[in-house]
Design a protein around this ligand. Structure first.
Ligand SMILES: [Zn+2]
Length: 172
């Protein structure tokens, strides 16, 4: 399993030694993929002055805090969102497929092996819950395709009717 220290040594200017890591090593690979994409886009890292400030677990999933020139928001923000959704289906301990579990009100993403017996009984949440409403529409993480996309027909991803109504009402 790739560790955060290894990712830092691979991308020392994008992910400096001083960046704080406050989550499990299972998510290091997700951060590595974000940095590979940034490094592979010509000029992006240099022109945006990108650097990670911290990576942390918040409400059970991974949040990347980064410093960069705001005019690059449109290129960088989708990468952080994709990373966040990947962390919702990746065990924070080991990086294997997992899903969000809840113990005493605390949420955490774990594989079966790293779950408590009680957590192991908890099934994955439905696929449609891996998304959020945005000004462009409902942004959904298609786990099978491993990509984010805007979904217009919310019933097509299995969202129950009462949730569809709730979203449409909130948009009014
Ligand atoms: Zn695990």
């Amino acid at each position: 399993m790739t560790t955060f220290d290894e990712i830092k040594s691979s991308f020392p200017s994008l992910f400096p030694e001083s960046a704080r890591v406050e989550c499990g090593e299972g998510w290091a690979g997700i951060v590595g993929r974000v940095l590979e994409r940034i490094a592979a886009t010509p000029g992006l890292a240099e022109m945006s002055h990108f650097r990670i400030l911290s990576v942390r677990q918040d409400l059970g999933f991974m949040k990347i805090d980064a410093g960069y020139d705001g005019i690059y928001e449109d290129s960088l923000r989708p990468l952080f969102l994709l990373a966040e959704f990947r962390s919702r289906v990746t065990c924070e301990e080991c990086g294997q497929p997992g899903h969000m579990r809840s113990t005493n009100g605390w949420k955490r993403c774990r594989c079966d092996e790293h779950s408590t017996p009680e957590e192991r009984e908890q099934p994955p949440r439905p696929a449609w819950t891996l998304g959020r409403d945005t000004i462009k529409g409902f942004l959904w993480y298609d786990q099978a395709a491993d990509e984010l996309r805007i979904v217009d027909d919310l019933a097509s991803i299995g969202m129950p009717t009462d949730f569809i109504h709730r979203i449409k009402k909130a948009r009014e």
